[in-house]
Each structure stands twice: as structure tokens, then as C-alpha cells.
Design a protein around this ligand. Structure first.
Ligand code: ACO
Length: 325
């Protein structure tokens, strides 16, 4: 009897809020320049959620697009996982709020918090559920309103981040599918990239710095480049594959220099790396599924292509997925 235990992508979707803030707009707020931001990061603009728009609103729009592409009803979903660092509420989870929006009841729904690696973590968890037969149709979403935890007067961070959401629908299949996922963390780097306070760790003062992202950018950059090439090797080795077997790198969109550096180490041409960071800056857990959706919808990624998804973020956390699309 054949086993239906691969996770196959049957639909993707993305959503970016309407409001665009360009580098030139930021020049008016902090001591920076369009030229500096483009040269150091590749970023040209970011989308920012409206005041009444939440992470769940963004997730809902991306999910509806994924459902439309997959041509299935929401009622077929039997697990929802939302990766987010910026949930609507302390509780319920954003996944439960999303379940309500999709008007479905009963299937498990939970959030994953692994910052920029959140989507890859969520994909890995979803894949385990499908492999073991616990789920047959999983909605995996990365959604963020990072603008809410950004200090708009800190030039070291505010130029780097934006809001958005990406969604992927996975279905159990006899055909691959996700070939492997690899996830890691090392908590010792907490202070290099974090928000100093939260729900339980209360801010000591009223200062905005306590409630927004703090980052030692240069150190994060070096760790990201080294770690991402290590995880690419780990992923290929686990599957007995070579660099030449990869058709597309679908990386976390934080910085064009990190993406190009990773592609070069994999001996991929710059065109083989899906790049969207210039359009929306770093959207944390939303960036990988948004890049995936863009390259599927514009026809670059075709059925049968080999995709390497990878991400690195606060924690530190990092992860990858090798997928035969
Ligand atoms: N505009 C103008 N100048 C700036 C700005 C800005 N927005 N920000 C910093 N500078 C200045 C610094 O103050 C410094 O000035 P100094 O030399 O007088 O001290 C100078 O530019 C160079 O600063 P560096 O930090 O060395 O610049 P670097 O080339 O490392 O670029 C950057 C900074 C873009 C933050 C880079 O380190 C980076 O991208 N790091 C990764 C950060 C990241 O992506 N984090 C997100 C989460 S983790 C992840 O997703 C991978």
C-alpha cells in the first residue's frame, strides 16, 4: 500500500499592507540616506500596516490567496500554524484568531515564535505532523507587524524592517514534497538581537528603547553569513545532494549582501536567489513564504524544481528546508 507521507505545497499567498515608506521618507525622520540603505542592505522601501491593521489581518489575506491557488475550501485544513513575533494579543494565539477568520472549527491551531526563522520552524513542525499521519492539510503562515516593535528614531534598526505576511498550504502526498527540514537555536546570543522587555519581563522605564528591537548589526551580519552557509551544507549532505542540484535559493530577506554571499558560497548565480528584500525590507517570519509565493506566481519556480529555503534570526535561531516543488 502506498504511503501519503510527503508534504507537498499546493498553494501559496502573500499580502503587503498598502502604505509604503521609502528610504527617502526615512531620510526625513533619522540621520540616514537612501544611498546608505541601498548600498548596505539592498532595501528600497517597506510596507507598514495601518493603525487598525493587525498581524492576523495580514495573515488572513495571505491565507485566502493560498486557498484560492490550491482550489480547496478552508474546511479541508486540519492544522494551522502561524509563525510570528508580533502576535495580535498575548492570547489567544494568532493561529486561533486566524482559524476564527477562516470560519473553521476544531482543528489544532498554534503559534511558533522563532523570530526570522519562524516560518522555517513552522514548516518543519507541519512536515512532522504530515509525515506521521497526524495531519493531511496544513496552513503554515508567517505574519508580522514589526513596525509595532520598531523604534522609528533609531537609524540602526528602523531602516531594516517592515510588515507583511506569507502563507503556504501543505497537503499529504505520495510524491515529494519536502525532502528534509533542519532547525537549530543557540540562546547564548540573546543580547545581539532582542526586544529588552515583553509580557513577563516588564520594562524598567518608559523609554521606547525597552519596547523595541535592539541589535548589534555588524555581529549579527557575520553570524548570519557563516551560519547560513553551514546549514546549506548540512541540508545537502543529509540528502546526498550537491550544490548543483539546487535550482532556487529562497532565503530569508534581511539584507541583499547576506543573500548574495550565501548564493555565492552555494555556487549559484545571483539570478537563482529569489530576492524581494528591496520591495519590503526584513519582514521576519513572513519573508521566506512571500519570496516563495512571488517566484511561484511569476513562473520562475516550476513543478519539479529543487528549492533550498533558509533563514536566520533572533534567538539565535536558524533553519532550512529542501523541497522538490
Ligand atoms: N544610515 C546611515 N548610517 C548608519 C545607519 C543608517 N541607517 N545605521 C548605521 N549607520 C552607521 C553606523 O553608525 C556606523 O557609523 P560609524 O562608522 O561612524 O560608527 C556606520 O554606519 C557603519 O556601521 P556598521 O554597523 O558597521 O555597518 P554595516 O556595514 O555592518 O551595516 C547593517 C549595518 C546594515 C545593520 C548590517 O550590519 C546588517 O544588515 N546586519 C544584519 C542585521 C539584520 O539583518 N538583522 C535582522 C535580523 S537577523 C537576520 O534577519 C539576518
Amino acid at each position: 500500500m502506498s504511503q501519503k507521507n510527503y508534504s507537498r505545497i499546493i498553494g501559496t499567498g502573500r499580502y503587503l499592507p498598502e502604505k509604503i515608506v521609502t528610504n527617502v521618507d526615512l531620510e526625513k525622520k533619522v540621520d540616514t540616506s537612501d544611498a546608505w540603505i541601498r548600498e548596505r542592505t539592498g532595501i528600497e522601501q517597506r510596507h507598514i500596516a495601518a493603525d487598525d491593521q493587525t498581524t492576523c489581518d495580514l495573515a488572513e489575506q495571505a491565507s485566502l490567496k493560498a486557498l484560492e491557488m490550491a482550489e480547496i475550501e478552508a474546511s479541508e485544513i486540519d492544522l494551522i500554524i502561524v509563525a510570528t513575533t508580533t502576535p495580535d494579543k498575548t492570547f489567544p494565539s494568532t493561529a486561533c484568531l486566524l482559524q476564527q477568520r477562516l470560519a473553521i472549527h476544531g482543528c489544532p491551531a498554534f503559534d511558533i515564535q522563532a523570530v526570522c526563522s519562524g516560518f522555517v520552524y513552522a514548516l518543519s513542525v507541519a512536515d512532522q505532523f504530515i509525515k506521521t499521519g497526524m495531519a493531511k492539510c496544513v496552513l503554515v503562515v508567517g505574519s508580522e507587524t514589526l513596525s509595532r516593535i520598531t523604534n522609528w528614531s533609531d537609524r540602526n534598526t528602523c531602516v531594516l524592517f517592515g510588515d507583511g505576511a506569507g502563507a503556504v498550504l501543505l497537503q499529504a502526498s505520495e510524491e515529494a514534497g519536502i525532502l528534509s527540514t533542519h532547525i537549530h537555536a543557540d540562546g547564548q546570543y540573546e543580547d545581539l538581537l532582542h526586544v529588552p522587555s515583553g509580557v513577563s519581563k516588564l520594562p524598567k522605564t518608559d523609554s521606547i528603547e525597552e519596547r523595541t528591537m535592539a541589535m548589534r548589526g555588524n555581529e549579527v551580519f557575520k553570524m548570519a553569513v557563516n551560519t547560513l552557509s553551514r546549514i546549506a551544507k548540512e541540508t545537502l549532505d543529509a540528502n546526498g545532494l550537491q550544490k548543483e542540484d539546487i535550482d532556487w535559493l529562497v532565503p530569508h530577506q534581511a539584507n541583499l549582501r547576506i543573500i548574495n554571499g550565501t548564493a555565492k558560497k552555494l555556487k549559484l548565480s545571483p539570478e537563482q536567489a529569489v530576492v524581494t528584500v528591496h520591495k519590503h525590507a526584513n519582514t521576519s517570519s513572513a519573508s521566506v513564504p512571500m519570496a516563495l509565493d512571488e517566484a511561484i506566481r511569476d513562473g520562475r519556480i516550476q513543478r519539479g524544481h529543487m528549492l533550498l529555503l533558509e533563514a536566520f534570526g533572533g534567538g539565535f535561531t536558524w533553519g532550512s528546508a529542501l523541497i522538490r516543488y
